[in-house]
Design a protein around this ligand. Structure first.
Ligand code: ASP
Length: 332
């Protein structure tokens, strides 16, 4: 029987209601099998508690700690797959960051969580946990998110719905696994490849993501550059367009370039990709040194700039790394 290590980080799945009615992290049932014995029929399950946080309190330092634990498990011959229980609010960020911190994988690493706690009668936690443990036994050596009968690629994922049980999507990438009556594994699942060792936990958290909107005062972006921003993710319009006339962001991008601050441009549209040559605003941004994020999500872009900056520093090597597909996070 496949051996699956479950790493618990917190989230609604194990929460319960406080007296005031708000959901709070509960003491984690150390024996997951006692909570959900059916898991023992899907795999030989062991569990470890890393943290017990609402994922709204996750920081890049938690991503690194989690990635380090997953790295150890992937190198451990007595583990065939890893499940990460995580809050849904920042799961797409963590899954993107862990994927980029680890690089290639030989085993599945499956994040899951729930919109309603496991202790409730009407919960999605049971199905998601069973699916995640099952998916961790499949030949899918990627970081995925198992949610609502699908596994989507972590580095392509976004939380798309605050209230529906189907909370996750990967708009620019088909699901890795469809868990319907049959189990369908996508042809685009990455082949296994040896994990990089030793683990590299460097990360640069001083990255700012800015959503472009009509009226955005460029002085605010310049102000951020003055207070020590090391990397910028610009969520531009449509195919990568942004203002270059009134309220032009181009002078701020020029300041960023002068300060060696990389600017990665992604689209505000969940579907589609950035082509900075399509409109004059995007072309001017590219001229000022901005880098196209292609069809990356905002979540993956932020994590990629943080990891890339720490490992490579600013410069041409970082640009090349941001522009290339590392773990399936972008189409090139
Ligand atoms: N606030 C929770 C969290 O992200 C939401 C959830 O898990 O669904 O931890």
């Amino acid at each position: 029987m496949a051996r699956v290590l479950v790493l618990h980080t917190g989230g609604t799945l194990m929460m319960s209601k406080a007296d005031g009615g708000e959901l709070l992290p509960d003491a984690f049932g150390r024996d997951l099998l006692a909570e959900l014995p059916i898991l023992g029929r899907a795999a030989d399950v062991s569990a470890r508690i890393l943290f017990n946080l609402d994922s709204g309190d996750m920081q890049p330092s938690h991503w690194v700690e989690l990635a380090r634990a997953v790295h150890g498990a992937v190198l451990d011959d007595s583990v065939d797959g890893v499940v990460v229980i995580h809050g849904t609010d920042t799961m797409a960020y963590s899954a993107s960051a862990v994927a980029l911190l680890l690089g290639p994988l030989t085993k599945p690493v499956v994040f899951t969580g729930a919109q309603r706690p496991l202790v409730e009668v009407r919960t999605d936690a049971r199905q998601n946990l069973v699916d995640a443990v099952f998916a961790a036994t499949l030949p899918v050596p990627e970081v995925g998110i198992a949610f609502a009968s699908r596994v989507v690629r972590g580095a392509r994922s976004m939380k798309r719905d605050a209230w529906a049980l189907a909370a996750f999507d990967s708009p620019n990438c088909p699901p890795l696994v469809e868990l319907g009556v049959d189990v369908g594994i996508g042809p685009h699942v990455r082949p296994p490849a040896a994990i990089l060792a030793p683990f590299d936990g460097r990360i640069e958290p001083r990255v700012l993501a800015v959503r472009v909107f009509p009226g955005l005062d460029p002085a605010l972006v310049q102000g951020a550059l003055r207070v020590g921003v090391k990397g910028l993710v610009l969520e531009a319009y449509g195919t990568g367009n942004l203002p270059h006339l009134a309220g032009s962001l181009i002078p701020a991008l020029e300041v960023a370039r002068a300060q060696d601050v990389p600017v990665l441009v992604v689209s505000q549209c969940p579907r589609g990709f950035v082509d900075m040559s399509r409109y004059a605003g995007g072309a001017a941004a590219a001229e000022a040194g901005a880098i196209s994020g292609g069809d990356m999500t905002r979540e993956a872009a932020i994590a990629k700039v943080m990891v890339g900056l720490a490992r490579l520093g600013p410069g041409p090597a970082l640009r090349a790394w941001l522009e290339r597909d590392v773990v399936g996070e972008r189409t090139t």
